[in-house]
Design a protein around this ligand. Structure first.
Ligand code: PEP
Length: 236
């Protein structure tokens, strides 16, 4: 069954070269895209990516931005600088940022507010870790993240990314995705797009996109496979 148009975001993390990006964009844009692509390469490739985006169904996202609008923060990138590269989106609060850079819910909220002020749509990541899932406290953890992370303005997306499913090859079951997404939907209301992320592949993306309250997917590893990702974008 063909799915209705959804959002497919690709998070390249710290991978990719300018040449590979150009090759992927020209390949994907030559296809008959069904879904909307948000491609999120590393900062260094954003300007080049923007020059090579020629379709309204393809947009650009960064993987993070700083919480302050500008200043003495060596090595960081501001939301305005991200916006200036041509981005429309920015991933905020990815579990790898939370794990390796000590980002917490309070910081995620400030970053999301800053991004929105700069005209970007944050894709705010939430998700329980394995211990929380095994203890049966996943929904409680998610409720807390939603209460603490969300900005006032509704100009954002949510990505539900169970930490134990990211990069492990073990996606959440459809039952768990459906349970969490309907729970999140009740918390955030009908209009905020809700993406699922965590080991989405060519093999499982269709049934995930057909799950209730799933408006799209956030894809890590598989977004670096040009042909597989292209087939996801075309719903093949
Ligand atoms: C991610 O990085 O957000 C992600 C979901 O990665 P993967 O698809 O590789 O699990």
């Amino acid at each position: 069954m063909m799915t209705s148009p959804k959002i497919i975001a690709g998070n390249w993390k710290m991978n990719g070269t300018a040449a590979f990006l150009k090759e992927c964009l020209s390949y994907w844009q030559g296809l008959d895209l069904i879904h909307d692509l948000v491609i999120c390469p590393p900062f260094t490739l954003l300007t080049e990516a923007n020059k090579n985006i020629h379709l309204s169904k393809v947009s650009l996202g960064a993987q993070d931005c700083h919480q302050k609008p500008l200043g003495a923060f060596t090595g960081n990138i501001s939301a305005d600088q991200v916006k200036e590269t041509g981005c429309s989106h920015v991933i905020i609060g990815h579990s790898e940022r939370r794990q390796y850079h000590g980002e917490n819910n309070d910081l995620v909220k400030v970053k999301a507010e800053t991004a929105i002020l700069s005209g970007l749509k944050p894709i705010i990541c939430v998700g329980e870790n394995l211990a929380e899932r095994e203890q049966g406290s996943a929904l409680e953890v998610l409720k807390n993240q939603i209460e603490e992370c969300l900005p006032k303005s509704p100009e954002f997306l949510i990505a539900y990314e169970p930490v134990w499913a990211i990069g492990t090859g073990k996606a959440a079951s459809l039952k768990d995705i459906e349970e969490v997404h309907s729970f999140l939907r009740r918390l955030i209301g009908p209009y905020i797009p809700l993406l699922y992320g965590g080991s989405v592949t060519l093999e499982n993306y269709k049934e995930i996109l057909l799950t209730n309250n799933v408006d799209g997917v956030l894809v890590g590893g598989a977004s670096l496979k040009k042909e597989d990702f292209g087939r996801m974008l075309c719903d093949q």
